[in-house]
Design a protein around this ligand. Structure first.
Ligand code: GDP
Length: 430
């Protein structure tokens, strides 16, 4: 059976921790979209890790970790990350890289940076990891698949065709130096040797694993709001962040996904640009305090180090986010972070042009939305590390009940700290 662990919001919901925890009882963990442009933070007995491209199952020797065809594969970053984790004492992970995955090329990273520079004040706040140019090239059919590395004539042909196009842009739009195709070709041959031990037929592997009754975890990156179709376009990412895309990007059959675990934080955080609509944002001293207390080391991007924007829990966005993911259950993380507050606002509606709605709107409407808050009493105590849901303070449990009622999906896991074991199991009330 297949379980997907995906984000209900803007990313950074704590999916890495939940994946790391659920991996114990799984056989395969698959990354099926995105690239090294976001990170998962995992804290376990080996230490603290920020994974960007490696799946979060790498800490268990019994897991096969798959980088599916839907991923933007930055092979240099992958090699660096493999070296970093094995250097920290992790046994060499069992890794399978799909031969159908496409390579995120150095020119994608350059193009991303040049385009942000060109846009100036109108920039999207890209992480400049090359994600948008990579997916544009994939759909324009000028991308390079991992399997192309093993056919040098084909590789050379595809690379030089791509370079020809890029050089028009680089020289004439961005006024930058042209690419050296030969140097890129040599670099690809080096990367091929790094990838060689891991490359294989992930499509057959996953289907065979299912036939053999194995449990597969799909690990999502970012969250619903960043999906280019159903999120806050164009302030989204360029790959589908929804569990459903696992059918293409892993791939697994649609009927095999039995469980969609949507992860959401007990408050909101977003690492996106300041131009992004973020309705329940808290700014000023209150925002600084929430940011400082949030996550395991404050709310700062795992990839970029950027301070994340923070806000109160947004029930409007989260209900929508869970709906488009097809959530069967919700894991609520970071409840411990809110223990310092006397009162906790929850955004339960958006006011748009004087009308209050609880339906998540399209981006032009969202830009005009003002939050409508319902305030709940805090619990004023430290619940960090609690593992027994019933022993949480009554107001903490009431807060979770309130969120569940508004999201409309059972909350089954409530996380009380960044470590793997800091989690409570909850019996849903809906
Ligand atoms: P991901 O991209 O969804 O995997 O999320 P990130 O790892 O980027 O961000 C989540 C942050 O919250 C990380 O710093 C985690 O260590 C931390 N975290 C996860 N769960 C909890 C929790 O229950 N409590 C606290 N305090 N931090 C948590």
């Amino acid at each position: 059976m297949v379980k997907a662990i995906v984000g209900a919001n803007w990313g950074d919901e704590g999916k890495g921790k939940i994946t790391d925890m659920l991996a114990e009882t799984s056989d395969v963990v698959v990354r099926f979209q995105g690239g090294a442009n976001a990170g998962h933070t995992i804290i376990n007995r080996y230490g603290r890790f920020a994974l960007h491209i490696l799946p979060s199952g790498i800490f268990y020797p019994h897991i096969t970790n798959v980088i599916g065809n839907g991923v933007a594969l930055d092979a240099r970053k992958l090699a660096g990350e493999l070296q970093a984790v094995t250097g920290q004492g992790i046994p060499a992970p069992n890794l399978l890289v799909s031969e159908r995955a496409q390579l995120l090329m150095p020119y994608h990273i350059l193009q991303d940076g040049y385009e942000e520079e060109r846009l100036g004040g109108r920039a999207f706040g890209s992480t400049k990891s090359g994600i948008a140019p990579f997916y544009s090239d994939k759909y324009a059919k000028t991308g390079i698949q991992v399997c192309d590395l093993f056919d040098e004539d084909r590789l050379r042909d595809r690379l030089f065709r791509a370079v020809e196009l890029k050089n028009v842009l680089f020289e004439h739009l961005y006024h930058k130096p042209p690419l050296d195709g030969e140097a890129l070709f040599r670099e690809l041959l080096e990367l091929r040797e790094l990838l060689r031990p891991y490359v294989g037929n992930a499509v057959v592997f996953l289907h065979e694993a299912l036939k053999a009754g194995k449990t597969i975890l799909l690990e999502g990156q970012l969250g619903s709001m960043k999906d280019p179709d159903l999120g806050i376009f164009p302030l989204t990412t360029s790959s589908h962040t929804l569990a459903g895309f696992g059918c293409v990007g892993a791939p697994v059959p649609p009927t095999a996904i039995e469980d969609v675990i949507c992860v959401t934080k007990a408050y909101s955080s977003d690492v996106g640009a300041s131009s992004e609509p973020f309705v329940s944002e808290v700014t000023g001293a209150a925002g600084d305090e929430l940011r400082r207390r949030g996550g395991d080391k404050g709310e700062f991007g795992a990839t970029t180090g950027r301070p994340r924007r923070v806000g109160w829990f947004d029930a409007v966005a989260t209900r929508y986010g869970c709906m488009v993911q097809g959530a069967t259950q919700v894991a609520l993380t970071c409840l411990d972070v809110l223990g310092y507050l006397d009162e906790i606002p929850v955004c339960t509606g958006y006011e748009i042009d004087g009308q209050v709605t609880d339906l998540f709107p399209t981006t032009p409407q969202l830009m005009k939305a003002k939050p409508v808050f319902t305030t709940l009493p805090g619990w004023k105590s430290d619940i960090r590390g609690c593992t027994d849901y019933d022993s949480l303070p009554e107001n903490a449990r009431r807060y979770v009940d309130f969120l569940e009622e508004h999201i409309g999906v059972p909350i089954t896991l409530v996380s009380t700290g960044p470590k793997r074991e800091e989690i409570t199991h909850r019996i849903p009330r809906i």
